[in-house]
Design a protein around this ligand. Structure first.
Ligand code: GAL
Length: 829
């Protein structure tokens, strides 16, 4: 009896604790409600496998300092279950550790279980073994698929529940997502698609997580799922169900890059505009996709042809540095929005048209009112009178007046400083100026001459089916017997290979004959055609197909072909001078997945091998392994390796894959149409591009946690042929800082953790240009702004001052601005 009483009281005690700590997450038509409080939630996506566990606390701290309430992530199925029922949650796949880091920094989390992610991630996050299961059909009413999806989703839910991380358990996860943008692609799946999405809803609901589930881009989502919006703007969006609050799960802070494309820039002004406009129009939750984009390490980048960097022009750059002024400009916006949370979620809403382009939105509670003044015109600035006060509202901007009188924020008036990042060598003392290389060949010719595979079939098989995503590389090998009569023209014949896209290297009788790849890898099938010499008797044709990330988006993207397609043909002239086309597609084909150097881990420095050669290091030799040792650059700044000079391949540091490299892929010149980037008007991925005509990606992130204090090893597998002699390690740090802001506000200049050494430029009036290339305008005060700021700032790590006429003199023009460029001291760390 005593034992029973004891157990009973333990039960009561623990359930009281549980309930005392549980958070109640609900909603009404207007907002998300947490523990009875109507909330404005500002959130940002950070994908844990795109950085390292060592980077997480800093990234999340910066998200918090940046004014976010929540961090959101997808869960990446193919990373966690690479082989069916074999799971990996180690290192940067430690989801629970990531979630706990968010919790420990005091932020909420939003968990997008998917398990389809899209996300420019390899195959959208689906494991290839799932594609290779008999009878499977993805994202539709299909038992095999649904069973596996439920299995993985439940596994994640159980894992999170065990750690009591859902808000309903006292944790910090306030929302979870099932599926991803299915509404965008649902049509071709027909009735089965409808059944599937209903099943997703029921399945998710049955997992009983105690917080709401969301479905993004799923108008009229099956209950109790809440639909949400994704895009560059969601102000016009209205959930179908009037009881669903307005939530924006992906505000694209820039865009992703694929090989051949240019650097995206979504301006701080436009991004802030989209957010302010969303809350002006009644939003309750907004998430930046991405807040930190990071890096696609290993073979995780999606397709077609996603780059290794996933910087995304997000508020935190690939390496975790603040991307200024974006980070700072948004921080100020977040502070203002939080300060008016109550009026936004409780106030009556009234809209007043002030003039042709400016509209006022007034949120009014009993004792408070907050206002937005928006100018949606893309070219005309406006000065309007509202409540007896004049406001200057630049084109395509929104002012927020928390008390309907004082302008606390305008989306186009950027007071945050801009950072210009530079790369420095910061070499350790005894580090030589050039790296010393050793090399060894990949055994490519001998592999192709053997013609032996792991499997043989009498047809051409799709690379997804054959290689099961175990490697980028798959050999397709066949032999063909020819007689003298087949081979007129001295044996010259044409080899024709149909390819579904990506890269192909062809060999005949063990000799390399040429390569081809699709521009942008758009899965645009191409035909490789080459004149070759064959011999009477047996000839061996070996085709090395290389994929560069599997497709991750569109209806039925999982079925898009990869690798060599049919037909593979020989075009011959026979003795009678007739053209004969010999189709080899149903020949016996031998298949071999992977490369010798990869299976034998040439990239692993713990496997010492005498076969590396240090002299006569070849350049421009394809299929070549290079190895060097180096000391980590001094200090604690993020490290990159400059791979300019290399062709295409993969890089490893101390056995960790940095991802694929392809610096020889030049960003298309046509893409950068205009020189200047105008923040006004709707953003799209075609706007404000830069770095056309330059390598798509030259620098590759080497996280500090990959590096040792002593000797480190870099290994490159060069597929196309390149020159490693100018490869070098560098740090990424702030070189100079700028402010370009209107009169009236206090601004800050800070080199982060170094003093300011020089004021390069300063002008008060109408200065022109952008940070790094400011010029004086026609209107300028005659007070010497440079010497004022030299006194104020040089030698200091941070200086703040008000931009005023008292300080910088009279400038006889309207809308006066101060532009300053300050140089950061050059010491190492
Ligand atoms: C969305 C998708 C995201 C990501 C984004 C583009 O459609 O939900 O996962 O792919 O597009 O970066």
């Amino acid at each position: 009896m005593k034992i029973f009483n004891f157990l009973f009281s333990v039960f009561i005690f623990s359930s009281v604790i549980f309930h005392a700590n549980a958070h109640n997450v609900t909603h009404d038509s207007r907002s998300i409600i947490i523990d009875g409080n109507h909330r404005i939630i500002l959130s940002g996506s950070i994908h844990y496998p795109r950085s390292t566990a060592q980077m997480w606390p800093d990234l999340i701290r910066k998200a918090k300092e940046g004014g976010l309430d929540a961090v959101k992530t997808y869960v990446f199925w193919n990373a966690h279950e690479p082989v069916r029922r074999q799971y990996d949650f180690s290192g940067n796949l430690d989801l629970v550790r990531f979630l706990k880091t968010i919790r420990d920094e005091g932020l909420y989390a939003i968990l997008r279980i998917g398990p389809y992610a899209c996300a420019e991630w390899n195959y959208g996050g689906f494991p290839m073994w799932l594609h290779n299961m008999p009878g499977v059909s993805f994202r539709t009413k299909n038992d095999v698929f649904m069973n596996e999806m439920k299995n993985f989703t439940s596994l994640i839910v159980d894992m999170v529940k065990r750690e009591r991380l859902f808000a309903s358990q006292g944790g910090h996860i306030i929302l979870a997502q099932i599926e991803n943008e299915y509404g965008n692609v649902m049509k071709p799946y027909g009735e089965d698609g409808k059944s599937y999405i209903n099943w997703c809803a029921q399945m998710a609901d049955s997992l009983d997580i105690g917080v709401p589930w969301i479905m993004c881009q799923q108008a009229g989502a099956p209950k109790p799922m809440l639909e949400t919006c994704n895009g560059w703007y969601c102000d016009q969006y209205k959930p179908k169900d009037p009881n669903t609050p307005k939530m924006w799960t992906e505000n694209w802070t820039g865009w992703f890059k694929s090989w051949g494309s240019a650097d995206p820039l979504r301006t701080a002004e436009d991004l802030a505009y989209s957010v302010a406009r969303f809350f002006q129009k009644g939003g309750t939750l907004q998430n930046y996709y991405m807040y930190h984009g990071g890096t696609n390490f290993g073979r995780t980048s999606g397709g077609p042809y996603m780059t290794t960097t996933y910087d995304y022009n997000a508020p935190l750059d690939e390496y975790g540095n603040l991307n200024q002024p974006k980070w700072g400009h948004l921080k100020q916006l977040h502070d203002v929005l939080h300060s008016i949370e109550y009026t936004l979620t409780h106030g009556d809403v009234e809209t007043q048209k002030i003039d042709n382009s400016v509209t006022a939105t007034i949120y009014q509670t009993n004792d408070k009112s907050s206002c937005f003044l928006s100018n949606t015109n893309t070219t005309t600035d406006a000065t309007v009178n509202f409540g007896g006060i004049n406001y200057f509202i630049p084109a395509w901007s929104i002012s927020i007046l928390p008390d309907c009188r004082e302008e606390a924020y305008n989306t186009a008036k950027v007071y945050a400083q801009t950072w210009m990042m530079v790369k420095k060598s910061n070499k350790a003392e005894d580090e030589p100026s050039c790296l010393k290389w050793a090399w060894r060949p990949e055994l490519i010719e001998s592999a192709s001459v053997q013609g032996k595979g792991d499997v043989s079939v009498n047809k051409i098989v799709d690379q997804k089916d054959m290689a099961n995503d175990a490697s980028d590389y798959l050999w397709y090998m066949t032999s063909v017997e020819l007689t003298k009569d087949d081979l007129m023209l001295n044996g010259t014949v044409t080899l024709r290979v149909a390819d579904t896209g990506h890269v192909l290297h062809a060999f005949v009788n063990g000799k390399y004959i040429g390569s081809q790849w699709a521009k942008y890898g758009n899965h645009v099938a191409y035909v490789f055609e080459k004149s070759i010499k064959l011999l009477p008797g047996k000839n061996l044709i070996s085709l090395l197909s290389v994929t560069v990330g599997f497709k991750n988006y569109e209806a039925m993207f999982d079925l898009v072909g990869a690798g060599i397609a049919s037909p593979v043909e020989l075009v011959l002239k026979n003795a009678g001078n007739e053209t004969i086309v010999k189709d080899l597609s149903s020949n016996k084909w031998a298949y071999k997945t992977g490369l010798d150097g990869i299976s034998n881990k040439y990239f692993d420095p713990s496997k010492s091998s005498p076969k590396w050669v240090s002299d006569q290091v070849p350049i421009n030799r394809n299929f070549t392994w290079y190895k060097t040792t180096f000391k980590a650059p001094l200090g604690n700044k993020p490290v990159v390796v400059d791979l300019l000079g290399l062709g295409k391949g993969m890089a490893w540091v101390n056995g960790h894959s940095l991802g694929r490299y392809w610096p020889s892929y030049i960003a298309d010149k046509q893409l950068c149409k205009t020189k200047a980037c105008d923040y006004r008007g709707r953003y799209s991925d075609k706007k404000c591009l830069s770095k056309c005509g330059e390598p798509t990606q030259r620098w590759y992130h080497v996280p500090r946690s990959f590096l040792n204090d002593g000797e480190n090893t870099l290994v490159l597998f060069e597929e196309f042929g390149g020159n490693p002699s100018s490869v070098q390690f560098q740090t990424v740090e702030v070189g100079s800082v700028c402010v370009n802001a209107y009169q009236g506000k206090v601004v800050q200049l800070s080199c982060h953790d170094r003093p300011i050494s020089k004021i390069e430029f300063a002008s008060f009036g109408h200065p022109q240009g952008v940070c790094g290339s400011f010029e004086k305008g026609e209107c300028e005060s005659d007070v010497d702004a440079i010497s004022i700021l030299e006194k104020e700032c040089v030698g200091k790590e941070l200086c703040s001052f008000k931009i005023s006429e008292d300080k910088f003199g009279k400038a006889y023009c309207d809308a006066r601005r101060l532009a300053v460029e300050a140089v950061c001291d050059d010491f190492t760390f």
